[in-house]
Write a protein that binds this ligand. Structure first.
Ligand SMILES: N#Cc1c(-c2ccc3ccn(Cc4cccnc4)c3c2)n[nH]c1N
Length: 231
């Protein structure tokens, strides 16, 4: 998979060189390209924003730098035929495990990290003929820009790419993978500060352990996320 990130804060993505994604990049599973939007500006102040038509507070990101940057990415011979342009936005479709899995199967993702009050709408409208444009929201709260959301999405997507995690079975029993929250986990010692590990987990009875874990998933989901339970 190729991942392009367009931002005015390229330093946000230095962390891509560490942890799981670092190894994936070294192994060639994921190629990342970070583009500084200001690199295509031509004025002395490297301007990327302007006042909104129709008035209102804040500034809007100008379309020209976005157009030039995205044109250059599409012109790269190593770009795919039809990348997915992910536009983090408070007005986007909710980012879920299912969306992460869908994106993990794509050949190329381009993250458009906006700032200020967002990106001129014509950027998404224009590139919809050449890319699949997906406005995506990380959650129902307000961030200052798209960088933090993109980092979270890149991690959630990256770990689902075949070969990314050592034991693919570990992905199956995670929260949201089967629509339920995951069961509680324990490790040695068997007793810690007078707190014991549930006896069933020490029984060696795999059927009983599986049943207990599923029950725990249901109990947790009912308590914490009843909205995830099937009707
Ligand atoms: N994904 C995601 C997001 C964002 C988000 C993403 C991109 C931008 C670009 C600018 N802002 C500030 C801003 C603030 C208010 C109105 N409009 C824009 C962004 C917020 N906020 N919350 C999320 N879950």
């Amino acid at each position: 998979m190729r991942i392009d990130i367009v931002t005015i804060f390229p330093e946000f993505f230095a962390t891509l060189d560490v942890s799981l994604l670092g190894k994936a990049r070294q192994s060639g599973l994921i190629q990342t390209h970070v583009h500084d939007l200001r690199d295509v500006t031509t004025d002395k102040h490297r301007t990327v924003d302007d006042t909104p038509y129709g008035g209102g507070a804040g500034m809007v990101m100008k379309p020209e730098p976005w157009g030039d940057t995205l044109d250059a990415i599409l012109a790269d011979p190593e770009s795919s035929q039809r990348p997915v342009l992910i536009v983090p936005s408070p007005a986007g479709e909710p980012f879920t495990q299912a969306v992460a899995k869908e994106f993990s199967r794509e050949e190329q993702l381009i993250f458009a990290c906006g700032r200020y009050e967002g990106i001129d709408q014509r950027v998404s409208d224009h590139f919809a003929t050449r890319m699949t444009v997906r406005p995506i929201s990380l959650g129902d709260y307000v961030l200052n820009g798209g960088e933090v959301a993109s980092l979270a999405m890149i991690e959630a997507i990256g770990r689902l790419i075949p070969g990314m995690v050592g034991n693919p079975d570990s992905l199956v029993e995670e929260s949201h993978e089967d629509g339920l929250l995951e069961y509680p986990s324990y490790t040695k010692p068997a007793v810690w500060r007078d707190l014991e590990v549930p006896e069933v987990l020490l029984s060696g009875n795999h059927a009983a352990i599986a049943a207990w874990r599923h029950e725990q998933q249901l109990e947790r989901t009912k308590l914490i996320r009843p909205d995830l339970l099937p009707e």
